[in-house]
Write a protein that binds this ligand. Structure first.
Ligand code: PLP
Length: 358
């Protein structure tokens, strides 16, 4: 069976198998990793190893803190302005789809949101063109969503926003290829696509930005407190942290992020070529240069065939291809845990289905 879910998404089989082997007793501790104190030596070593492996994979510079938080990406839509913007400050939001829009609306109670770029008027069929950006040099930060999970658009280059700290919601493309972390002020990602189970958020934040939070707030909301406590201000998601650590080791075994980028490119090319070469049976409407490597929405030429497509694909072992309700149609998510073999099976099925129903 191949799982094309947009999230929570497939986890590498090797990671799940290792977790299964270690479920009842982890590392000679006499207990499951879920049953160990986060204050104990063993768990602290696990947590530090996971951070070290992530730092190595992403070449994270020393002046960045790595945090393992909770609340999902959505909570941080609100918490980021609380931490990065003084009361009354302005922030720029570049909006290329549903999640960018949501990030902006959740930030609005805490910062004066300026929509500095948007492709909404074109139904998010492409990225906002740089000529249309209205960046504010006095903004506290610029927020964008490098990969829009629902609309299937992706920035393939980091936008140049000058000196203003760039904040990226990488929930659906973190670890899909190398990135130059030093270009960012803050990177955050809900774990449930390319990292591990839901309930964990990984954040990479330039340390000087930790000092920005001046408004009154509870300690639990303040990133500086989490950094000072090594993300153990309260009980962390220990299970999620453990699985994230296994995923980081798996990524290193796969050859790191350069190798993942090559694989992800090959997978996406295979599927887009199948769609574009289907003589109009299948269609992806996104501007070719802006297409996502991670999430590929597509429609059938006749939506009356959707139910038959979903039923037959599931029977063929191709799971979770139903598109997001906002767009309808289909969506195949091709995160790191989805191998080329899965995409080969998908395009084979699609060709066969088109032949039978064309
Ligand atoms: N940002 C992006 C790009 C997403 O794809 C998602 C979820 O699918 C979210 C944010 C919301 O994440 P969470 O459910 O962890 O709050």
């Amino acid at each position: 069976l191949w799982n094309f879910s947009a999230g929570p998404a497939a986890i590498p089989t090797a990671v799940l198998e290792q977790a299964q082997r270690e479920l009842l007793e982890w590392n000679g501790s006499g207990a499951s990793v879920m049953e160990l104190s986060h204050r104990g030596k063993r768990f602290i070593a696990l947590a530090a190893q996971a951070e070290a492996d992530l730092r190595e994979l992403m070449s994270i510079p020393a002046d960045y803190a790595v945090l393992f938080l909770q609340g999902g990406a959505t909570q941080h839509f609100a918490q980021i302005p609380m931490n990065l913007a003084a009361e009354g400050a302005r922030a720029d939001y570049m909006v290329a789809g549903h999640w960018g829009e949501k990030a902006a609306s959740e930030a609005a109670p805490y910062v004066r949101v300026n929509i500095a770029a948007s492709s909404k008027s074109d139904q998010y069929l492409h990225l906002p063109s740089p000529e249309s950006w209205t960046l504010d040099p006095g903004a506290a930060y610029v927020h964008y969503t490098p990969n829009e999970t629902i609309h299937g658009v992706e920035y393939h280059d980091i936008p140049d926003v000058g000196e203003v700290p760039l904040v990226a919601d990488m929930s659906s493309n973190i670890l899909s290829g190398p990135v130059d972390v030093s270009r960012f002020g803050l990177i955050y990602a809900g774990a449930q696509k390319n990292i591990g189970p839901s309930g964990l958020v990984v954040m990479i934040i330039r340390r000087d930005l930790l000092q920005r939070a001046t408004r009154p707030m509870a300690r639990i909301f303040r990133y500086a407190e989490h950094a000072a406590a090594d993300s153990m201000l309260n009980t962390p998601n220990t299970w999620g942290w453990y699985l994230a650590g296994l995923t980081f080791q798996w990524l290193k075994d796969q050859g790191g992020l350069v190798a993942m980028a090559e694989r992800n490119r090959a997978k996406a090319d295979l599927l887009y070529n199948a769609i574009d070469g289907s003589g109009g049976f299948y269609r992806n409407p996104i501007a070719v240069a802006d297409r996502s490597r991670m999430n590929v929405p597509f429609t059938l030429h006749d939506s009356a065939l959707d139910a038959a497509f979903l039923q037959a694909s599931e029977a063929a072992g191709l799971l979770a291809l139903k598109g997001h309700k906002a767009l309808g149609g289909m969506r195949a998510s091709l995160y790191n845990a989805v191998p080329l073999e899965a995409v080969q099976a998908l395009v084979g099925f699609m060709a066969d289905f088109a032949q039978r129903h064309g």
